[in-house]
Write a protein of this length. Sequence first.
Length: 410
Amino acid sequence: MNDESTDQAQAAELRNKLADELAATGHIRSAQVDQAFRAVPRHAFVPADTPLEVTYQADSAVVTKRDANGTAISSVSAAYIQVATPEQAELEPGMLVLEIGSGGANAAMIAEIVGPDGHVVSVDIDPEVTTRASELLNANGYTSRISVMEVDAEHDIPAFDQFNAIIVTVGAWDLSPAWLRQLAPNGTLVVPLRMNGVTRSIAFRRTNDHLTSTSSVVCGFVPMQGAGKHADREFRLSDPDGQVVTLRFDDGAPDEPALLDGVLAGERSEVWSGVTIEHGVSFADLHLWLVSFLPGFCRLAAEEGTELAQERKTWFPFAGVRGDSFAYLSVRPALDGAGSELGARAYGPHGMEAAAVLVEQIRAWDEQARNHAQPTFAYWPSGHAPAHLPEGTARLNKTHGLVTISWPTG
């Protein structure tokens, strides 16, 4: 057996092992997704120097292109999300499916599921990405089953009417009206929706004049480019040594950011919630709760050399600004070393108040949402937003509509 045959055999072995793992953890739920994942040579769509062990890890995305600043702008999605999105879309043989964001591997999986009577249209705004995807798909036998097009998907896809499913594989801040126009009446839209910088892959179906979620998955994707791109607002705070901590606002940035000048030179405050969590237990829903209800919500980034950078294992990049102060989500050891207590640390003249507001929301999540059913998301196109929403429903305004997040009660 030559080296190439050995590599192919090893890749197939690792792929089947990963498929077994994804099925055992509930990411693969259907026979058709299982078969598709085993059939597509994922390693053929990543850079040639990528180790097979990296390619066939459950939670590792593989970057295929970076911009001039080194930021990833195209990648092969992590395997767990690559199988989750077609499960969310409830794909069936014979469907016409639109994939927004090309790479090759995902389109090949969709093509395996919809079969020879179905078809996949894979679009991307970047000609380098579409050229690469076309070449790799053709080399792996998908020439007639997948159409790759260079298109800004914020607009209608030419030469096609409506799709049975639309699967977006780039982080979207809003839903394009074109997607709603080209989604079949009973179709499913799966989109990694960015909500104040926190992303969930949400499957939407139509409910009268709006869209309602049928499932959601924690995920991360490179952000959308083109007409659908959304730029954050950034406030750069310098510490006494000139190092920078950045507060990033998706929406609703403070009107007077200058109030925060110099806050890192002052004393730090902290407030603890009494809410604990065991090591290894996800509390991603807390992040979404803070997105929904924490006033002045933003994301936090610390430059190397700052006090925060030296303490990276003691905080998470979610914060809230309150006038001249800000507080950020923090943890400290608890449960006799088997877990952590959640709390807030803060900078600014009114840091204690800012920390108390964050801790209030930690406790509210613990009492009202933790261990309950997942929240439901809805998207209301412009002109269709409801006049009244149930208590406890979060509202996130978008360019083309309104996103609501409803947390179960009781």
